[in-house]
Design a protein around this ligand. Structure first.
Ligand code: 0O2
Length: 221
């Protein structure tokens, strides 16, 4: 992200926020269009809902300090990939990969990094598909490539992550061992549930009165 020379740090930060917000809006619109198209041509929407946020200054500062970096705008732009974050909640695991593949094919979106915590869950049981992308934001005289973190997950994965986040916050990152163990078990149960729901949904599709409109499921999961 190249910034114009501005008067002071506050102005620079406002400029960054304008870019991050613009990138989130661009991505959100693209995803809404995809979902609407799916609804129209397959009577099916792979995206349940989308949320997005700008990371709080406190959380940005904490992350930079964890990385051993000074807290300044240059380091935020360079090291913090999730200042702008968008979360896509899907019904089924197959939808996650479908959405990720569609994003990868978008000519103006550059994929910078992928972390597949579904294929490789974190040791605590966290599962989700993460992409760091760069979105071109067209301004009056320049186009600025702006980083956004995309998290794609199922409803079940989202329930787990939000509970785990609350538990971590409550115990300041050091939850008792039995709670950690039970959380891991919950994650495995939810993964099983996701698989069952997908196979049930596939079966229901076979009963559709309009087979021509049937949505073809990815067979990866
Ligand atoms: P918050 O509150 O969501 O902002 P990188 O992107 O590679 O530079 P980073 O950011 O460490 O480095 O990468 P990662 O692991 O891909 O993504 C971090 C984000 O994923 C976190 O952001 C969480 O939103 C989510 N996440 C990762 N691991 C866990 C986990 O174990 N539990 C939960 N609940 N969420 C997780 P932040 O900055 O931690 O927080």
């Amino acid at each position: 992200m190249d910034l114009p020379v501005l008067y002071n740090e506050a102005e620079e930060w406002n400029y960054c926020l304008m870019l991050y917000n613009a990138a989130l809006k661009e991505l959100n619109t693209k995803l809404e269009i995809l979902n609407n198209e799916f609804k129209l041509s397959h009577q099916y929407n792979p995206i349940e809902h989308i949320t997005y946020r700008i990371k709080t200054p406190k959380s940005i500062a904490k992350k930079l300090m964890r990385y051993g970096k000074d807290v300044n705008i240059e380091n935020i732009i360079k090291y913090i990939n999730d200042v702008a974050g968008i979360r896509i909640i899907c019904s089924f695991v197959s939808d996650i990969y479908r959405i990720a593949d569609l994003l990868k094919k978008m000519s103006d979106i550059k994929v910078l990094k992928i972390k597949d915590y579904i294929a490789n869950p974190k040791p605590n049981g966290y599962t989700s598909y993460h992409m760091i992308v760069s979105v071109p934001v067209c301004l009056s005289n320049i186009t600025v490539d702006t980083k956004v973190e995309i998290q794609i997950r199922t409803i079940a994965m989202d329930v787990w992550a939000s509970l785990e986040h609350k538990i971590c916050y409550k115990f300041e990152g050091e939850a008792p061992e039995h709670i950690q163990k039970e959380l891991k078990e919950c994650s495995e149960l939810l993964a099983y549930l996701d698989k069952k729901m997908l196979s049930l949904s596939k079966e229901i599709q076979n009963y559709s009165p309009h087979p021509a409109n049937n949505y073809s499921y990815d067979t990866k999961y």
